[in-house]
Design a protein around this ligand. Structure first.
Ligand code: CA
Length: 228
């Protein structure tokens, strides 16, 4: 899942981004309102964490602009203000939820998961494909009851494919939702990670769940239909 973090204080932004990346999220940072709107237009975010107090264009204006452009991306507003008036304004401006600073990272992560579950990608906490189980809360992945140890990025890629179970997911879509803006479209990182995932998820003796459609992308499903 790819997150846009809009926060003007560099230390706070870096600390929060680190916490989110530790939880396998891809994170882009925007330090002001104009950069936030621009990035939201250019990239496909799964969720936006939006600080209310920003230099220049504030969080309310950013929220209204993003909604005005027709985007339904989940927006969670972060602010020092805990009062009812700004909470109502934030929700009226199109935010989906609101969290007052200082907040606990675990609470933020729980609110994020709740918002992400509203999207078609992640409806359930535990995703199941055949005997593969992905717990999107604990990030524990098992196949046939056996725990599979994955790195954060391997986990993020598998979770994304599982959320699109049965669909062919192209490289561009994967790079947009699993990697951040530092991703080099000419690299073979996705192939490398797919190979690693195959080794871990589709080990010896197990039925193949990860499929490649040449020239199209990848598919996580119980059986392949006409691919390799
Ligand atoms: Ca701020």
């Amino acid at each position: 899942m790819r997150i846009l973090l809009v926060e003007d204080e560099p230390d706070a932004a870096a600390q929060l981004a680190r916490g989110l990346r530790d939880r396998a999220y891809a994170v882009d940072i925007a330090a002001d309102g104009n950069a936030a709107v621009e990035k939201a237009y250019v990239n496909s975010y799964d969720l936006i964490l939006l600080d209310l107090m920003l230099p220049g264009k504030d969080g309310m204006a950013v929220c209204r602009e993003i909604r005005g452009a027709g985007s339904a991306v989940p927006i969670l507003m972060l602010t020092a203000r805990g009062d009812t008036a700004s909470r109502i304004h934030g929700l009226d401006a199109g935010a989906d939820d609101y969290l007052a600073k200082p907040f606990d990272l675990d609470e933020l992560l729980a609110r994020m998961r709740a918002l992400l579950r509203r999207a078609p990608v992640l409806r359930q906490t535990v995703l199941r494909v055949d005997d593969l189980e992905i717990d999107t809360h604990s990030h524990v992945v098992t196949r046939g009851g056996r725990v599979i140890a994955l790195t954060g990025k391997e986990y993020a890629l598998l979770e994304y494919l599982a959320g699109r179970e049965g669909a062919v997911v192209g490289r561009e879509e994967i790079s947009e939702h699993v990697w951040d803006e530092a991703y080099d479209p000419f690299s073979n990182l996705i192939e490398v990670y797919m190979q690693r995932l195959r080794k871990k998820v589709d080990g010896e003796g197990a039925a193949r769940l990860l499929h490649t459609r040449r020239g199209e992308g990848y598919r996580l499903a119980r059986e392949e239909e006409g691919g390799d």
